[in-house]
Design a protein around this ligand. Structure first.
Ligand code: NAD
Length: 215
């Protein structure tokens, strides 16, 4: 499949108001991309879009709501003349072991981190295919490649996202849509501010294997 240059990118970013999503929005707009920033943090998202200026836009999109997805895709297509990239980046942590995670908290993490990405792929794939193909990038984590203690729901959601990525990559390849996952280690963003002291240091040493083993 041919690569898309930054100037050709018509990109929807979830969780784009701050953290990793905002950094990606800043970088790609500076390199000529059209970026629809979405989030549930309306003030931060609107401020970022104003800082970047057109063609960047902000729209509220709760990734767990299918109707929000439909409206966001319609806006991207109307404003950018199409959509050829989705950065499924929104996510939340939950710090707690299996015993310390209530069923409600578990479902909430899965709803946003995993089902939210599923809804996004379903909503965006027809538009990306109509644009001639493109790419979906899902932000998983090192927690989507190995187990960590004290953060059970998050680990489950990110492993699920790793699997969804691989399944969707096969399903969407015939439509010229590449589906990839990113697996960052700890990055100092607002998401990790609530991390209990010592949680990172208590984790097993990562063993990510060779590229062939994890691909
Ligand atoms: P962050 O908290 O700064 O950003 C996450 C964004 O997602 C926030 O703007 C938040 O408002 C948004 N969000 C939360 N719930 C949402 C919902 N229902 N709908 C739409 N948006 C919602 O954190 P970050 O570190 O930038 O995280 C971005 C992604 O990177 C997440 O998926 C996270 O799991 C992943 N990640 C982060 C780290 C890290 O150490 N920071 C490591 C690995 C993976």
């Amino acid at each position: 499949m041919t690569a898309i240059s930054p100037t050709e990118l018509k990109l929807l970013i979830t969780g784009g108001a701050r953290g990793i999503g905002a950094a990606v929005a800043r970088d790609l707009q500076a390199r000529g991309a059209k970026v629809l920033i979405t989030d549930v943090l309306d003030d931060e998202g609107a401020a970022l879009a104003a800082e970047l200026g057109p063609p960047a836009r902000y729209r509220r999109l709760d990734v767990s709501r299918a109707q929000d997805w439909a409206a966001a895709v319609a806006e991207a297509e109307a404003e950018f003349g199409g959509l050829n990239a989705l950065f499924n980046n929104a996510g939340i942590p939950h710090f707690g072991s299996v015993a310390d995670c209530s069923p409600e908290d578990f479902r909430r993490v899965i709803d946003i981190n995993l089902t939210g990405c599923f809804l996004g792929i379903r909503a965006c794939a027809p538009a990306i295919a109509a644009a001639g193909g493109g790419v979906v990038i899902n932000t998983s984590s090192t927690a989507g490649l190995q187990g960590y203690g004290g953060i059970a729901a998050y680990v489950a959601s990110k492993w699920g996202l790793t699997g969804l990525t691989r399944a969707a990559a096969l399903d969407l390849a015939p439509q010229r849509i590449r589906v990839l996952s990113l697996h960052p280690g700890p990055i100092r963003t607002p998401m990790v501010e609530g991390m209990p002291d010592g949680l990172a240091a208590a984790q097993p040493i990562p063993r990510f294997g060779t590229v062939d083993e994890v691909a």
